[in-house]
Design a protein around this ligand. Structure first.
Ligand code: MG
Length: 259
């Protein structure tokens, strides 16, 4: 529950927007386990309509890998920044990945496997180039997880620590949602549009800052201090906003000029 008042800067009918959505906690309610999460069919329909209205300029920007995001968004196939932008798929389906040296991945995996095994209820999610240390089922180990992440970052300077809700991630230096959104915005169908970004967690703050710098609209979902301009109280409020968001297509605009 939150006492935050919902406020979203109004979208203007004649402006061409590009939309970026975080997934967990924004398009999908958070569940005890990440594999229990889903996006309602109605919400997928609304995303599809939005994409049709803005020439496909709708992307997911998430800490999850692309394959998990595709499964959640199915049957939609959207441009995606996965693993906070370490994996990218553009509107033409081309995938780019930031890789760590294989020996580094092996060393980190081995060390984290052993450390996590000693903290019952915590779990390690190995994303190949990033590592999520989950403690939702064992909140008593939050500090131990943070110390573990800090000790890895101290020895592997190619990684940075990314805190989130009941998770600490280790991700490649320079990878963040702000960089991912800025990159999307340089290419069609996003280029030349005004970015709108919705997210709920600390990892989304880099995205809000990037979108603000691009004179876009940033919306924080849930309570807590944020760099975002707008606020929606929870996932249900996002669904409501999404359902009533109507962007005029170029065709609508020319029709209204003619009539
Ligand atoms: Mg989220």
């Amino acid at each position: 529950m939150t006492t935050q008042t919902d406020f979203v800067p109004p979208l203007h009918a004649e402006t061409r927007y590009a939309f970026f959505f975080d997934v967990d906690g924004t398009l999908a309610a958070i569940k005890p386990r990440p594999d229990e999460v889903s996006i309602p069919v109605q919400v997928l329909d609304d995303l599809k309509r939005l994409a049709q209205q803005c020439e496909g300029a709708v992307a997911l920007v998430s800490g999850r890998p692309i394959d998990q995001l595709d499964a959640l968004a199915s049957p939609l196939v959207l441009p995606i920044a996965g693993v906070h932008g370490a994996e990218r798929r553009n509107s033409e389906g081309q995938i780019t990945r930031i890789a760590l040296a294989p020996a580094t991945v092996t060393a980190i995996s081995r060390e984290l496997d052993a450390a996590i095994a000693a903290l019952p209820g915590t779990s390690l999610e190995n994303k190949g180039m990033a590592f999520a240390l989950h403690y939702r089922q064992a909140p008593q180990y939050q500090q131990a997880i943070e110390q573990l992440a800090a000790s890895l970052v101290a020895r592997f300077p190619e990684l940075v620590q990314q805190p989130g809700k009941c998770v600490v991630e280790l991700k490649p230096q320079g990878v963040n949602k702000g960089a991912a959104i800025k990159d999307f915005m340089q290419h069609p169908p996003f280029a030349g549009r005004v970015p709108v970004f919705l997210g709920d967690d600390l990892t989304d703050e880099a995205g809000f800052i990037a979108v603000n710098a691009l004179d876009g609209i940033s919306i924080k979902v849930g309570a807590g201090t944020s760099n975002a301009q707008g606020r929606l109280s929870d996932v249900t409020a996002v669904y409501r906003w999404l359902a009533q968001t109507r962007i005029k297509t170029d065709e609508d605009v020319s029709t209204s000029v003619r009539s």
